[in-house]
Design a protein. Structure first.
Length: 139
């Protein structure tokens, strides 16, 4: 989970959102503030609701093309709860809330990292691969 979450205002333009996403190397930004989450703008929103529809990204307001229905998870939810929410709604990121305040951002990459690296699956797989390559090299 990322604790520092950069927000964009609904009045910002689609071009502003794309530039900020590029600067931060992210694929989505929450709208509003930690105390007032008003939506999420994703790279897909920009692609399909601005570019594909021929709208001017310098004139299109983020609030007009953002996803307004936002699913969240709570800071004390288990990883399983967050994964179930992501899977059932086909989403790749979740704002993490404590009460009504956004305190973090959980992405599919965070979940993958936790499941693969922290559980030892990657290390085990690399060890097995290394051993099999070592055996092949000696043949």
């Amino acid at each position: 989970m990322t604790r520092h979450v950069e927000f964009i205002q609904p009045e910002a333009t689609a071009q502003d959102a794309a530039a900020l996403m590029g600067e931060l190397d992210v694929s989505a930004l929450p709208l509003g503030s930690p105390e007032a989450l008003r939506g999420v703008i994703t790279d897909r929103d920009l692609l399909y609701r601005v570019v594909a529809e021929g709208k001017d990204p310098r004139a299109t307001r983020v609030g007009d093309v953002a996803t307004r229905l936002v699913f969240t998870c709570h800071a004390d939810d288990t990883l399983t709860v967050a994964m179930d929410l992501m899977a059932s709604h086909n989403i790749r990121r979740l704002p993490v809330v404590e009460g009504e305040r956004v305190v973090g951002w959980l992405t599919l990459s965070d979940v993958s990292r936790r499941l693969l690296v922290d559980t030892g699956v990657v290390q085990s797989g690399l060890r097995d691969l290394s051993e099999s390559l070592g055996e092949g090299a000696s043949v």
